[in-house]
Design a protein around this ligand. Structure first.
Ligand code: XMP
Length: 327
């Protein structure tokens, strides 16, 4: 059988029993493939890389070296959660790299969204490669490639973002244990492996992170306003039963200010833009109808709790004409 392809008759993994059967089979295959060698993984804390990490910990324990790069564009609490779940609870061999200054210094003054993406992507590879070069005896590179990635790259829709990218001196054999799974199956496997729901059922989050939600040149204070307002929106959506119901919801802080009043005095501060959309395939999207009272409550919290913000706006634009992200 070709292990690289999803068999046509494969049962969709929808239950813990099916997930456990998949896990047992993969653990066996991973042990056969990896033997006593070491395997490296870039662990972002997203669903796919987290599930791959958990599978590898189960299969080969501390032969896995997981590298978590904090590029300064992660959401509130994410680097802490990765360390808590993987280092403290699962006892993984986790290398945490604080690269916040490095990324933000490189991004200083850069306004073009494509250039920002290039810098973030390029710097990520550099940081990861530097860590890889410090390690001895790594033979394998694990990746969270999933079945839609393979289908989309075959159809020429998008370049398969996982494949390659590392400099020529770093050539590893690939380990891709979830490559025949659809996203919902990856989630089922993640739950069966004991990963927390907040990790397994989280909304999509782009690789360049909050960098695409801080339009124009990124500054540390405006990035902080994005991070804090995003945390409030996530908290309120979870409290009000919208988590898991709305595809994606987040905030953006554009780089302009306007006049307002705080404590009886004039202030000149940013607006926060809230975006909440639904989609099936991210090619088109509709805007979620958020209850007005909830929007008022979120607005109240944001203008009172987030430094440098005096207004809250809602983005009513579907995709098209807008994209889901706002950059
Ligand atoms: P747009 O903004 O193009 O986004 O309508 C469509 C979906 O893709 C996500 N997105 C990304 N995901 N790396 C990712 O892994 C990226 O660079 C990236 N850019 C956008 C976006 O969040 C939405 O779900």
């Amino acid at each position: 059988m070709d292990n690289n392809r999803r068999p046509d008759n494969m049962t969709r993994i929808t239950t813990p029993e099916l997930a456990n059967a998949f896990i047992d089979e993969q653990v066996k295959l991973l042990r056969e493939q990896i033997g006593s060698s070491k395997v490296l993984l870039a662990l972002s804390g997203g669903v796919d890389s987290s599930v791959v990490a958990a599978l590898l910990i189960k299969a080969v324990g501390d032969q896995l070296v997981a590298v978590h790069v904090n590029h300064g564009l992660l959401r509130k609490g994410e680097p802490e959660q990765v360390q808590k779940v993987f280092r403290d609870e699962m006892k993984a061999n986790l290398i945490y790299v604080d690269a916040v200054d490095r990324f933000l210094d490189k991004l200083a003054g850069v306004t073009d969204p494509e250039q920002k993406r290039m810098i973030i992507g390029g710097e990520f590879i550099e940081v990861f490669a530097e860590e890889a070069r410090k390690l001895d005896g790594i033979k394998f590179l694990a990746q969270g490639t999933i079945w839609p990635d393979i289908l989309e790259s075959e159809k020429g829709i998008k370049a398969h973002h996982n494949a390659g990218g590392l400099p020529a001196d770093l050539q590893f054999e690939l380990v891709e244990p979830v490559k025949i799974l659809f996203k919902d199956e990856v989630r089922a496997v993640g739950s069966a492996l004991g990963l927390p729901d907040s990790m397994v059922y989280r909304q999509p989050f782009p690789g360049p992170g909050l960098g695409v939600r801080c339009p124009g040149a990124i500054t540390r204070d405006r990035l902080e306003a994005v991070r804090e307002s995003d945390a409030i929106v996530r908290e309120e959506f979870a409290k009000n039963g919208l988590q898991g119901k709305v595809w994606q919801y987040f905030t953006v802080v554009p780089d302009f200010k306007s006049t307002g009043i705080k404590n009886g005095e004039r202030c000149f501060e940013w607006p926060v833009i809230i975006r909440a959309v639904n989609t099936r395939d991210a090619m088109t999207a509709t805007v979620e109808n958020i209850p007005f009272e909830l929007m008022q409550h979120i607005t109240d919290r944001i203008v009172n709790e987030v430094k440098g913000v005096n207004r809250v706006l809602y983005d009513f634009t579907p995709k098209p004409t807008a994209t889901i992200e706002y950059e």
